[in-house]
Design a protein. Sequence first.
Length: 117
Amino acid sequence: MEEQKAISKAERRWLVREIEAGRMSMEDAEKLIPSNSRNPRRLINSWREQFASDIPLTLPVMTGKEKQKLDAAVKRMKELEKQLEDAQMKNIALETMIDIAEEKLRISIRKKSGPKQ
């Protein structure tokens, strides 16, 4: 692997970071490989595999406006969860009332499924 000796490990890692970050195209990276290399693309791809775990995932810092949107979304989600919980409790209460009414009054309140008779 003499073609790798021409480029230091630090340079190879830098090249991979630039490609992964989108600051350099594969074609631009290939131009930096010594001309005696027979398959620069394969060489670069092997470096990408080698150094992929070295590249930390970094996310941009959240802006104030994005933070406000996130806070509003979280607040809205909590409100909706509370509304859902209330609706579920109401549904349980209504089902219980119907069960009690059917039992005490001996009448069928719920519609029967199936064809009409």
